[in-house]
Design a protein around this ligand. Structure first.
Ligand code: SF4
Ligand code: SF4
Length: 69
């Protein structure tokens, strides 16, 4: 599982330095690499538009299969 970033992202960049795993990359919207994200929630805490949230079980991930647990 992983956090993901929604279309609401305004590309402010606030989350990027907060991620301890380096899982966030720039873009519009910004993206989270699900292989690196540990769901610590740091990005969600700083996002001014609440664009970061945990992915729902079974929700489509970028390019990797994730087990549900
Ligand atoms: S939840 Fe934590 S590890 Fe995952 S992208 Fe956000 S800051 Fe990085
Ligand atoms: S903090 Fe929120 S709005 Fe800013 S870049 Fe990250 S996801 Fe986008």
């Amino acid at each position: 599982m992983s956090y993901l970033i929604l279309e609401e992202c305004i590309a402010c960049g606030a989350c990027l330095p907060e991620c301890p795993e380096g899982a966030i990359s720039e873009g519009t919207p910004y993206k989270i690499d699900p292989r690196l994200c540990t769901e610590c929630g740091a990005c969600a805490e700083v996002c001014p538009v609440d664009a970061c949230r945990p992915a729902a079980p079974g929700e489509k991930m970028n390019n990797t299969k994730q087990g549900n647990f």
